[in-house]
Design a protein around this ligand. Sequence first.
Ligand code: ZN
Ligand code: FE
Length: 255
Amino acid sequence: MAQPIVHMFPCLKDNYGFLLHDPDSGETACIDTPEADRILAEADAKGWKITQIWNTHWHPDHAGGNAAIKAATGCSITGPRGEAAKIPTLERQVVEGDTVKLGSVTARVLDTPGHTAGHIVYHLPEHSIAFVGDTLFALGCGRLFEGTAQQMWTSLGKLRALPDDTTVYCAHEYTQANANFALSVDGENPALRSYADEVAAKRAKNIPTVPTTMGKEKKANPFLRADDPKLQAFVGHPGDIVATFAEVRERKNRF
Ligand code: ZN
Ligand code: FE
């Protein structure tokens, strides 16, 4: 079984598009559809034909290109059952525990509500890859549009449980702003400081900071560290994980 190839490229203002290609079967999945024309052109340039779309959530910068890509390729569309009403193009509805196949490649679905009520993540355990949509960002997490702090903390906990060597494909390049914020709440964390230096150096040269790894995020991402006593004390909620997470999220909203 060959390792699948991930081709990542910028879309819209700060989204990333992802094509996941299985060399064994020749199948290609498009993870979310921020910008149909761009995604189709990238697939063409690779000589790949998109056979599937995998949606993480209903937001237009994630599912807005579904119809156009399906019209161009005849691909199938898989996405969250909880958002089927908001993604009219959806064909296969999946929930946590389901698996999605791309040729010989298997993804398992995790329910990660919080950013949206039905948001899902695709985890490829045999390949140490996760497509996390807008649940987790490098040094950040998605805004709580449709969920509570408790829900999002639980969702992020599922991601935090993934192995350190998991390559994490986040859907937006938000990392420099996230790093600036993270330093404001956890500035003495040496893992965060060196990560932030690395981000600044990359962004100065316009190099993507995505993908990241779970190992790096566990050590430096304040939204995964609400159980850290120093962070809890700093934001005024010692011993309270969910209140700490909620406070950090609120502060980021206002930052
Ligand atoms: Zn979103
Ligand atoms: Fe988004």
